[in-house]
Design a protein around this ligand. Sequence first.
Ligand SMILES: [Zn+2]
Length: 511
Amino acid sequence: MKRVYITTPIYYVNDDPHIGHAHTTIMGDILKRILKMRGVQVFYTTGVDEHGQKNQASAHESGFSVNNYLDQKATVFKSVFEKLNISFDFFVRTSREGHKNYVKQVLDELFSNKLIYKKYYEGLYCLGCEQFKKTSDLDENGLCPDHKKEPEIQKEVNYFLKISEYQSWLINCIKKNKTLIQPTVYQKEVLAMLNEPLDDWCISRPKSRVTLGIDFPFDSNFVTYVWFDALLNYISNLKLNFEGESEFNNYWANLIHLGGKDIIKTHCIYWLIMLKILDLNLPKSIQIHGHWVGKGGIKMSKSLGNVIDPLKLQQRIGTDAIRFFLSSKMTNKDSRINPSLIKSCYENDLANNIGNLLYRACKFTLKNFGDKVPEPGDLIEREKILHLFLEKILKVNISQPSLKISYELANSILIIGNKLNKYFNDAAPWKLIKGKNKEKEVKTVLYTVLDGVKVLFELAYPIIPNTANEVLEIIGANRIPDRIINHNIQVGKLKPGSKILSPKIIFPKLV
Ligand SMILES: [Zn+2]
């Protein structure tokens, strides 16, 4: 069976989980469920990055011991992801011994191969990014564009990884492999970054400044730079979970990274070169998405008070509605999120479109034919057109798993919902039933709608798993088990005579 390995970035624990973390991690879950329904075995990881100066500072501020702080934060992230029904297979913590040992092993190897050297360095340092900056990285006022802060001059001795010699290799590689970085707009951005000379990468921090990190195996005065350590989680995860090379290779051969646009430099430049140096295959693709912005396109921040807490939102609209909003409203660029957009998605897309369809179809069937799925008669042109339409959507090829597939799925759901509502309205069984000898035709219409609802919610399962299963149960179809591998969705497979339950309002009015 084909194997795919999906990763999210690992998140800094100096912050609480916000809607951005929820989005990337939900998208990975949706992609995993889509692939599993197509018979693919998926290993999906997400988790936390527990090292570096920022985490160290937050731990100190918290008043707890560092380990205690890290445990608490890891628990918070994990439980938020669980509450959002995200089926990760492994929750990454970079404080695990197995991970630390792997990082040390890599450092030792690179050092003995003379790929790491020590030098005195003077540079501009942004604490927010935990990165040295070039003047070309800064905005017109000399500030870090992400943190709007002036970087400080940092003078120290550090270890560097020889990456500059791989610059032209990387440029060629990205130009040749058009699907490596998706969507294309970010591929262009990476190539633009690579127009500037690439310096060797500073991969250590002196302990005088940072202690929360992995000890340098060959120099006890230093810890490993947090990003160098964090990126290696993608390898150590597989090593910690699968014994033997063959399973490692099976998953590694189909590696897909997900992440926001803030991680392109680390993933599309440093990480790709690290893999080249370590002689590992490059990922199948790095899938990048934009950020969520508040009203008026303003970046969300605590000080502006426009940050969205995923758990508060969950209390208001429920897990599945959050999952649906995030997958249907993200575009290639930054996308807007605010209470009125969320409300309109909930009411128009979910309650009035697919929720109402289910309710109407079940109510009408129960009222006129009892609690059984009606036996359809002959299909006429109307039904045949609808079937062709559904079959076309079911045929969508996903041999190249991508974020785009998850976004497109959400929109297909809405298109199917609209189509089925229109079919129901045009066929108007409430009028038909008043005519003589029309019972068979009415039953055909109801069967077609209920079977369409089955197709719609089976397709929607990766995005709204709980709601989909509730609906499938209501219309007398089988639930999709969480451990599903391979579920062939087909038109016309709802069994006539199956028991229909009294419909509930799956997306009740917001108070
Ligand atoms: Zn910065």
